[in-house]
Design a protein around this ligand. Sequence first.
Ligand code: FAD
Length: 323
Amino acid sequence: MTYPDNSILVLVDLDPSGNAASSTAALLGAASIIGTPIALIVGGSQAAVDQVTAAGAAAVLTADNDAAALTVPIVDALQAAAAQVKPDAVLISNSISGRDVAGRFAVRSRSALSVDAVGVSRDDEGVIAHHSVYGGAYLVDSAPTFGTPVITLRQGAVDARAEAVASPQVEALSVTASGAVAATAGAIEAIEVASSRPELRGATRVVSGGRGLASKEKFVLVEELADALGAAVGASRAAVDAGYVPQSYQVGQTGVSVSPQLYVALGISGAIQHRAGMQTSKNIVAINKDAEAPIFDVADFGIVGDVFAVVPQVIAALAARKK
Ligand code: FAD
């Protein structure tokens, strides 16, 4: 099978059921900005193949995975796929597993690695990755001087979507195991999280609460607004450290980076370490009783007020709209 000269190889992140993760459409969308998206699915279901073709992959390569061996089988498959497709760039989600695969693949293939990109583009010399650095204070570009760039893309940062292609090619890849030493999982235990809310990573709407919520009991207000908006719940580190919510909710430099369409910050001052994880959000709404709080420097809409007075009114207004 032949692949276009401007092919962009996209490694599809999978959820525990083997379906394409929510980051897939944006990865394929980003690939479509700079070339022709070719998807690689390692160990996925037939549903994953259908999902990536519906999301605009021009061709799909599939490979088996040894679920007990961590990362190495995926790097082996990526190496085989890259040899076949000869892509102009490799795009991988900036997820925990994606970063692991990207680093190993870049070392193995002696490629330049660009991590946590918030966008990609192309000029006469090739593919460029765009990054938001120093807490979102600067936008910088990275581009390799030789070889194929391997780029991890921040989840939620790219809005572009690829057009679905009529009858895309699907090819089973023949992979030779490298024999590289792999960590193995002794046992895999599925832990079901019973929540109807979207997952924080990759959510299109996020409502976060900070120390201004004052207690674990009062943090419920954040969850109520999130539910009214169909949003995921996030938090500042101060709220996590105070025990209002688990660490997995933390947004920022040492937490999750999000880039949703809507980010609502309640009782959060906007320290640089918090902004590092949310400043690329498309619309930022802040509610804080301190008019001088730095969060207002990055907010598109701000309300100076007490969250306990303002947020119930917002929830009531949203409920009235739904009637
Ligand atoms: P505060 O700074 O205390 O702000 C609380 C805000 O709530 C204030 O602006 C106040 O005016 C407002 N407020 C109080 N009551 C009300 C009310 N009733 N109504 C409306 N507003 C009210 N932080 C992160 O968030 N994420 C990170 O990943 C992170 N990583 C870090 C890494 C390092 C190495 C370090 C040193 C720090 C890190 N921090 C991180 C911590 C960061 O510096 C701040 O301390 C933290 O973000 C502050 O959280 P906060 O805004 O909730 O609290």
